[in-house]
Design a protein. Structure first.
Length: 295
């Protein structure tokens, strides 16, 4: 953003000009300060300053501020010194508190972006390219820190997708992306498994998954509310299946003692996760030829 031209008359017919009074630049980039004298100026000398600190003894000077800075050009002519109007350089940027988050389907989630620059910046939010919120600002503006904008994804809303927070500036926009992946149990083809006496029965619990993320998964199987573990004819194997599924399998010999309602509970945690702490899958094992053997 380039604001109006600033100049000051120092003698009759002589002016100091520094161009725009405010300049917005992308954070990390540079801008050139320029001081000129027009009219009957003689042979002026120049100094660019930040406060009382001399930065350069030239008419132009390149600066790369990371926070808002104010600069002044001091011109000396015939032993007289004159200060130009101030030039404020405002670096702008936008950042997210995280760029990837795993959650569970239907869990409420809050996304946060911080816009740096002028205090009146607006943040627009979109999901998968479609605008969902415009000019959402919450929290107070803090000089040198920026303005916080939050997007709340309420409970039971489908949250999975790629979210973009964007701040519009003249010249170009700056944006940041946040990817949200919703985890959940992949439903089995049937919640009833029929076992043949003496034959191994296999029950499988599968969750959608993303490899390479800080996600801690703990799996516990229950039969009729009592926890079951490896041993006594029961084998449980658990682990990732490829890059997008996490699976736990329990195997046992079908018998009346092993019939019942099995519940697979997956406890979830980790720095890349913000969702329900536990998700479950329920399967009923029915021994063929016994009461309840109904398709």
């Amino acid at each position: 953003k380039q604001w109006y031209q600033r100049r000051v008359a120092i003698t009759a017919g002589t002016e100091i000009s520094v161009g725009s009074s405010e300049v917005e630049i992308a954070k990390g980039s540079s801008t050139t300060l320029s001081c000129t004298v027009t009219g009957n100026a003689g042979s002026p000398t120049f100094q660019w300053k930040e406060g009382s600190t001399v930065l350069a003894s030239t008419a132009t000077h390149v600066v790369t501020p990371t926070v808002t800075k104010t600069y002044t050009c001091t011109v000396t002519m015939a032993s007289n010194t004159f200060d130009s109007p101030d030039v404020k350089v405002i670096p702008y940027a936008i950042s997210a508190t995280f760029n990837y988050k795993l959650t569970t389907k239907g869990h409420a989630l809050t996304l946060t972006c911080i816009s740096e620059g002028a205090s009146d910046l607006q943040v627009n939010w979109s999901k998968d390219g479609t605008t969902i919120s415009t000019g959402t600002n919450t929290g107070s503006y803090v000089s040198g820190t920026g303005r916080t904008s939050t997007l709340v994804l309420p409970h039971q809303q489908e949250t999975e997708g790629t979210y973009t927070c964007k701040t519009p500036f003249s010249g170009s926009d700056v944006s940041e992306q946040i990817v949200v992946k919703a985890l959940g149990i992949i439903p089995p083809t049937s919640d009833k498994v029929f076992g043949v006496p003496g034959v191994t029965t296999t029950l499988t619990c599968t969750m959608s998954y993303v490899s390479g993320k800080n996600l801690i998964i703990g799996v516990t199987w229950y039969r009729d509310s009592a926890a079951v573990a490896n041993g006594n004819g029961i084998t449980i194997t658990t682990g990732a299946e490829g890059t997008d599924q996490y699976r736990s399998v329990i195997e046992f010999s079908a018998s009346a003692a092993n019939a019942g309602v099995y519940v697979c509970k997956m406890a979830l945690s980790g720095s890349d996760f913000d969702g329900d702490n536990e998700i479950t899958s329920t399967l009923t094992h029915i021994l063929q030829g016994t009461k309840g053997d109904i398709a």
